[in-house]
Design a protein around this ligand. Sequence first.
Ligand SMILES: [Zn+2]
Length: 108
Amino acid sequence: MACETMGRRQSMMDKYKLQMKALKKQRGKVDNTPFLPEGGVVYILDSMNPEMPVRAEVLKTTEVNRRKVISEVACPLCGASMSWNPSWEGFECREHDRKTVYEILKTG
Ligand SMILES: [Zn+2]
């Protein structure tokens, strides 16, 4: 008896998402909501090149439960505004050939 599971074609995107998820798991479960730290200084890092954190220019914040959450930062490479992508837990810039995802650098 053939039991056929739905063969979902895995796009590059999905693969990437899975990789990111695995990475997150390795690092342990944390609340990844991008809260604006006190003082407003935020560092972000290229998820593909996490050795080099850069200071982020916060463009937009929203308020959630009386805490400020970063909703947009400027891309350190091209200056375009990047919005938060909750499924990747990062800010993504679409202006480059290679999709660039920046994670918030956790401090403290
Ligand atoms: Zn960019």
